[in-house]
Write a protein that binds this ligand. Structure first.
Ligand code: ATP
Length: 143
């Protein structure tokens, strides 16, 4: 639908259903999705919308302290990471982040810049920004 990259603009929470459906259409064959964006850009909110589309019924919230949450999405699992508070990449290695990335299950990663050396070869890179009016700009690229 979008080729290898796309830009989307939206400003209503209701639009997230369409945005997340489009993203899944574009990247459903890629397990690891990296979500870049400043605090409050809307990373967790977008991941919630994606999880809903994937059939997750449990509560989706940022795993700021646990580093990873696991959600059941029927035939697949979703691992939701937040590396904002991680000390260094050794901590990510110790929690087995490479095994998660290789598992074939969806891995949605907030603050991926904190573990840049551990990014897999292929991933979906999503960059989110919010302007002063609350308008969101999302750029997505298959790598
Ligand atoms: N598309 C959107 N339209 C309107 N409001 C939104 C949208 N996305 C997020 N918000 C609102 O912006 C606020 C911050 O969103 P969210 O917590 O998802 O950001 P975040 O990028 O995960 O931040 P952090 O890095 O601090 O976890 C929330 O109150 C959320 O409801």
């Amino acid at each position: 639908m979008f080729g290898e990259s796309a830009v989307m603009r939206f400003n209503e929470l209701e639009e997230l259903e369409t945005v997340s459906a489009d993203l899944l259409h574009m990247g459903k064959d890629i397990p690891v999705w990296l979500f870049e964006g400043h605090m409050g850009a809307g990373k967790t909110t977008l991941i919630k919308a994606l999880c809903k589309q994937l059939g997750v019924r449990s509560h989706v919230q940022s795993p700021t302290f646990s580093l990873v949450n696991e959600y059941d999405a029927g035939d697949k699992l979703v691992y939701h990471f937040d590396f904002y508070r991680i000390k260094d990449e050794t901590e990510a290695l110790d929690m087995g982040v490479e095994e998660y990335f290789d598992s074939g299950h969806f891995c949605f990663v907030e603050w991926p810049g904190k573990i840049e050396f551990l990014w897999p070869l292929n991933y979906l890179l999503i960059h989110l920004e919010a302007d002063e009016n609350g308008m969101r700009m999302l750029a997505v690229k298959r790598v």
